[in-house]
Ligand binder design. Structure first.
Ligand SMILES: CC(C)(COP(=O)(O)OP(=O)(O)OC[C@H]1O[C@@H](n2cnc3c(N)ncnc32)[C@H](O)[C@@H]1OP(=O)(O)O)[C@@H](O)C(=O)NCCC(=O)NCCS
Length: 202
């Protein structure tokens, strides 16, 4: 595919047939799994309770609160995209309680996956985002052909940048980017983990 690596692909773009993102995984404290239709209310509540801290950074928060129908449709879309080989969006559960969400997303370079995350406001400062991102990095490198995992954040989102730092990602630079959410200044910071570097840290 002849696209710059920095271009993020729509979730609907298929992965090569050999690539299969896991439906769920366990981290030391959490279960990460695909959102299910029955999670709709719990997801809505978690987002509502966390909206003030999500709005500055997550473009999708501008659409909240979604109607129950729209949320059900979104959860269906997440599953369809995953089933058809696109990226994956997980709920993060601590003892069956929603404590955030995260995902692995395709980028233009088929050998690259990008991690995203958010944490419920009551669960900040416990290392859960770092735990999610670490597990997702390991899951990404468990897939043959994945050579590189990236984390991107706006420069103003300092808490987000601390996550790849804690995990030993390498800062790969910054570039002007569209402002997608109200807290952003419009500078994308890119962090990279290469397969060999991840293996040597473990
Ligand atoms: C970005 C975001 C996920 C970071 O959350 P966070 O709680 O700061 O990050 P973690 O969950 O990894 O927790 C790290 C903190 O827990 C502490 N901690 C406690 N126990 C820990 C453990 N077992 N392991 C690691 N850190 C631990 C760390 O010292 C750190 O504390 P500090 O913030 O005082 O330095 C959160 O701010 C958020 O949801 N923001 C809105 C959405 C967003 O911006 N998403 C990213 C878009 S690019």
């Amino acid at each position: 595919m002849n696209l710059p690596e920095s271009v993020i692909l729509p979730e609907s773009v298929n992965l090569p047939e050999s690539v299969n993102l896991p439906e769920s995984m366990a981290t030391p404290r959490l279960t990460l799994r695909l959102w299910r239709p029955t999670d709709g209310d719990a997801l809505a509540r978690a987002i509502e309770e966390s909206l003030d801290h999500l709005r500055p950074w997550m473009s999708w928060a501008a659409d909240e609160p979604l109607s129950p129908q729209a949320r059900a449709e979104l959860i269906r879309t997440f599953e369809e995209n995953w089933l058809s080989g696109g990226g994956v969006v997980y709920g993060a559960f601590l003892d069956n309680t929603v404590v955030g969400g995260c995902g692995l997303h395709r980028r233009a370079a088929l050998s690259t996956l990008e991690i995203g995350y958010w944490v419920h406001v009551d669960h900040l400062g416990k290392g859960l985002a770092t735990e999610m991102a670490g597990a997702l990095t390991g899951a990404a490198f468990a897939i043959d052909g994945v050579a590189r995992v990236e984390i991107h954040h706006d420069r103003a989102n300092v808490r987000s940048g601390a996550v790849p730092t804690r995990l030993g990602f390498t800062f790969a630079g910054e570039h002007p980017d569209a402002v997608m959410a109200p807290g952003e200044e419009g500078t994308d910071c890119t962090w990279v983990m290469l397969r060999a570097d991840w293996a040597s840290q473990r």
